[in-house]
Design a protein around this ligand. Structure first.
Ligand SMILES: [Mn+2]
Length: 566
């Protein structure tokens, strides 16, 4: 987590009000002391929402499917790493500089090969009591020794390959040195020598692998010549004997010190899942890898103590079941809504504004008005869209007088006519205009079986019947194709005008059944069902009645239960 986040977010399967009120309220928060407020959404937009956003030239809110604290929120992403080829000295210098005890080791293309720790490296400098001989051996390349010592190479041979060397420090008489040399294979000996010419001669004539001269002591040119002839590498170390010996050990490559077993996580794993796994492991740091095992961060056990500074403002809902995934794991700062109260509890007191008005956009607009905050015209347009969308331009039974007052102000500020905009809004989301007939009749189609007859009833909500009249021929054909294919007794499409709260019925099927329909027939296969809006409560019982008796009483128009899109 780099910065504090304040996400203003609507419900799952967002509608126009959820998106517009989130954008509007984030704007309000930014203008009233919360510059980090950001509108978000946890679901896809639809044609209607896209139309609104395009009309007012506002980008869709950021898609945030899950707000639960994640590994990425607390991991370190300024990677401190070493390569397999680095020397221990380089690794130690880096750890010292950054104050860390464990480093990830990176191979080709950034793939994590393991970890190297101070603890493990310490064994190179201080072997276990049972393996003291190890203090003399070292697996290095002469190039790395020279680099680590910052030594001058007076003469060198085959310096790239790694080999096991036996360090021999010549603080002894020439005789002792000569007899000591005989004990070990000369081609493995790294003789660390001072300024004694007799020792230099012994080493070169004894054909040691390398002679390391400490303290920049002078070496006779003739000795160097002889060394070259004998294939003896001669290095000039600027350090004293003790330091030189220590640094020879630090020339070992990191690749020999890697813990290849390690525990890694992915950046998008939740801390809730990862924490018990990390706690039960012996590791203290965990590389964070992407799908291709490249390192993207490092997580330390102590990172679990960090507080993830992500707070939510919920708009247009107040129930956790409708909220973005993970909402229960972060702080909810405010709720702005117009729905019934659901079961949501918080650990802290919060600002909870719930008003029985027609839309959340109405409440958000009211926030600007009440606090006399300047409302930009495009945001006013969005809030107008949210308001008319939820209230079907003030006609739904959820509409209040306050919605009307607010809508008039929004019209003024945005310069948009609510009536005209509502028409465009519902036309833009029209299933009849946006989908081919065969798909349109299946968007919300249900199959029923009654009295041994199988039939289908689809419903489409529209603003007015203009599009219906233009497409009824194609729709009827599509219905008939579907009916034959599925061998339905009849197939019906119920098109409801959501503003006038009335419907047209398009139907194809058995002739004797069609005769039983006693609503006014406008055209073959087209009936007008004045005041009928509910498939479940009105139309289906009517059809069942027709099936039973070959004719039935019309259901009474039910204005108490209008179709709403809220
Ligand atoms: Mn709403």
């Amino acid at each position: 987590m780099r910065t504090s986040e304040l996400l203003v977010i609507g419900h799952r399967n967002p509608d126009t009000d959820a998106i517009c009120s989130a954008i509007g309220y984030a704007e309000f928060k930014r203008r009233t002391g919360s510059p980090n407020a950001e509108p978000c959404r946890c679901g896809d937009t639809n044609d209607r929402i896209d139309f609104v956003l395009q009309t007012f030239a506002v980008p869709p809110p950021r898609f945030v499917p899950d707000v639960s604290p994640k590994v990425r929120d607390v991991m370190a992403d300024d990677l401190v790493i070493v390569s397999l080829e680095a020397t221990l000295l380089e690794a130690l210098a880096l750890m010292d500089e950054r104050g860390i005890r464990v480093l990830p080791v990176i191979g080709d293309e950034g793939v994590c090969k393991g970890l190297v720790s101070v603890f493990k490296m310490n064994k190179v400098f201080c072997p276990e009591p049972g393996r003291l001989f190890d203090a003399r051996r070292v697996l290095v390349s002469l190039n790395n020794v020279a680099r680590t010592l910052k030594a001058d190479v007076l003469t060198g041979r085959d310096m790239d390959s790694e080999e096991e060397l036996i360090l021999m420090i010549t603080v002894m008489s020439g005789d002792s040195f000569a007899s000591r040399l005989r004990k070990y294979p000369a081609e493995c000996v790294a003789a660390i020598v001072g300024d004694r010419r007799d020792i230099h001669e012994l080493a070169v004539r004894g054909r040691v692998r390398v002679m390391i001269v400490t303290g920049d002591a002078p070496v006779d040119a003739a000795i160097v010549e002889e060394a070259r002839a004998n294939g003896v590498t001669v290095l000039m170390s600027p350090h004293d004997t003790t330091t030189t010996t220590m640094l020879c050990r630090a020339a070992v490559r990191v690749r020999h010190m890697v813990h290849e077993h390690f525990l890694s996580f992915r950046a998008d794993e939740t801390l809730r899942e990862v924490q018990p796994i990390a706690a039960n492991s012996n590791f203290h740091v965990f590389p964070v890898l992407d799908q291709t095992n490249r390192m993207v961060g490092i997580l330390a056990k102590s990172d679990f103590l960090k507080k993830v500074d992500r707070r939510l403002i919920l708009v247009d809902h107040n129930e956790l079941s409708q909220a973005v995934e993970g909402a229960d794991q972060v702080e909810i700062l405010e709720i702005i809504d117009h729905h019934r109260l659901g079961a949501l509890t918080t650990s802290q007191p919060i600002l909870f504004r719930n008003e029985p008005v027609g839309s959340t956009s109405s409440i958000v607009a009211d926030c600007f008005f009440r606090h006399q905050i300047e409302l930009p015209s495009n945001i006013a347009g969005l809030l107008l869209a949210g308001l008319v969308s939820d209230t079907l331009n003030l006609t739904s039974p959820t509409t209040t007088e306050r919605d009307g007052e607010i809508l008039r102000k929004l019209e003024k500020i945005s310069g948009v006519s609510a009536a005209e905009f509502t028409e465009k809004l519902f036309a833009s989301g029209s299933i009849l205009t946006s989908l081919p007939p065969a798909q349109a009749i299946n968007m919300d189609c249900k199959e029923f079986e009654e009295h041994g007859r199988v039939f289908s009833v689809a419903q489409i909500e529209e603003l007015g019947f203009d599009q219906f009249w233009k497409r009824k021929g194609d729709l009827l054909e599509a219905l008939e194709r579907q009916r034959r294919q599925k061998q339905y007794y009849f197939a019906a499409l119920f098109v409801t005008d959501v503003v006038r709260k009335t419907s047209m019925l398009l139907i194809t099927g058995d002739a004797s059944f069609l005769k039983a329909i006693d609503y006014p027939q406008r055209e073959p296969g087209v009936y007008e069902l004045e005041g009928v809006v509910s498939r479940k409560k009105q139309l289906l019982p009517y059809f069942i009645n027709c099936l039973q008796r070959g004719g039935a009483a019309k259901p009474t128009p039910n204005r108490a239960e209008p179709v709403t899109m809220v």
